[in-house]
Write a protein that binds this ligand. Sequence first.
Ligand code: SF4
Length: 469
Amino acid sequence: MSSKIKILFLNPPGNKIFIRDYYCSKVSKAYYLPQPVDLLIQTSFFSKEKYELKVLDCIADKISIEKAHSLSKEFEPDFIIGLLASVSLKQDVPFYTQLRALIPKTKILVSGDAVLEDYDSVFGNWKWLDVVIFNFFNGGAKKWIENDFENASGIVIRNGDSFLKKAEVRRSVLELETPRHDLFSARKYRMPFANALPMATVLTNYACPYPCTFCIMSTMPYMSRSANSIINELITLKKLGYRYIYFSDQTFFQSKAITREVLNWMVTSNYDISWMCFSRVDVLNEDEINLMKKAGCNLVMFGVEWADEKYLEEYKKSYTLNQVRATFDLTAKAGIKRLGTFLIGVPGQGRQSIIDTVEFAKEIKADYASFNVAVPRSNTSFREKAIEAGIINESVKVMDQSGDEVTMGTGELSREELQEIKNWAYRSFYFRPIYILKRIVGISNWVELRMHIQEAFYILKGLFKRSAG
Ligand code: SF4
C-alpha cells in the first residue's frame, strides 16, 4: 500500500462544456476547452516523492456524475483540490455534497469564481467544504495540507461554521516547478485557432496589473514566473510530444525582460511549436510583435471591448480606438492572426452602440471576433455599480460570460433583447461571404480544417438553439 499522500485534482462533471478555471467561468462557445489552469499550476507544488497525484477532468473526458463518484472513491484521496464555478453552481454543489458523503474522511479544497466572497454563507451552507483557494499561484493549499498554517497564503480555512482568511502574497518572480502535464489527457484539449495538436496550456504570469473595472483579474496581484521556470516547462512539453501551446496569461509580454528572454530562447533553440496568447493593444510594439512571430505565434487575442471611447474610459481600459487600429495593423503585417474580444451589455448600453462595435470589428479586419456578455463578477466594482443601479440584486451568483444565459439587462435593453442582439452580432460578423472565403483560403492544414469545422458546428448549434429557445 502506498504511504504517499493522495491528492485528486478534480474538474467536476457537467451537462455542458463548462470552463471553470481561472476565476472566470463560462460555457464553451465554440468547442474550445483548455486544460484547467488552476489545477494544472497546483500540480507543480507537490513532489513525486511525497505525493501520489491523480487528475480527473470530467469535462474533458466526458465522465458522468456516477462514474466521477466511483472513480474518486476508488482512488481514496486524502485531499481533493477541485473547481467550483458560478456558471455551474447548481450542479457543482450537489456533486460535492454527495462526494463528501461517499468519502467522508477526504478533505475538500476548491478554487473558482463561485467562492471569492461571502465566506460566511459559503462555509455556513456547504458543510463538505474545508478550504477555499482564492490565489492558486500562492501554493497555499500545499502549506495547509502540510499543516504549515503560518505560511499558508491565498486560502480561506474552515473554522467551525466560520472561517479564517489567510491573505494572498505577491511575489515578484516565481520559480515554479514544471506543472504535471503528464497527468492530463493530452488529446482532449483544443482551441479553434490551434493549427496543430496536442495542445498544452502554459501560464507565464498570474492576474493582470491593469485596472479594468469589470474584470476580476484587475483585483488580483500580478506576478510573473522566471524565464528559467517557463523554459523548463517548454522543454518538458516538447519531450511529451505537444505540438501547440496556448499561453493563457491575461496579458502576454507584460513582464518584458522575462518574455523577451523566453522568446529569444524559442528562436535560437529552434523550438518549432506554434502558439497563441492574449495581450493588450498598448502592450505590444512592432519589434515585440515581430519577435513573437519568429518564435512561432500564430494568433493573438486582444480585448477591444467597445467602439466607443466613452466606455473605454469609463471602464478604465486606458487605450484608444486608434491604438486598437494601429496594433491590429502591425500584427497583421507580421503575419499573425488577430482575435478581438468585445463586451456587450454594460449598464446603459443601447442597440446602436452594439451595432457600432460589430462594425468596428469589421473595420479593423479582425480575423475572429468573440462577443461576450458583461457579467457582474464577484469582487469587481462593476458588480457593485450594477447592484447600486438596481440592474441586478446581490443574490445573483450564477453567471456566464459566454451569454449562454444572460445575467442582466442594460437598463436600455432587456436580457432577452441582449441575447437576440448577441446572436445577430455573430451572424453579422461571421456570415459575410468575403469573410467565409477568406477563412477557407487561409486554412493551412488538416488540423486547422478539422478545428474550423468543429468550431462552425458549435457556433451554429448555439445560435440555432438560442433562437429556438
Ligand atoms: S487588461 Fe484584460 S485581463 Fe487585464 S484587467 Fe483589463 S480586461 Fe482584465
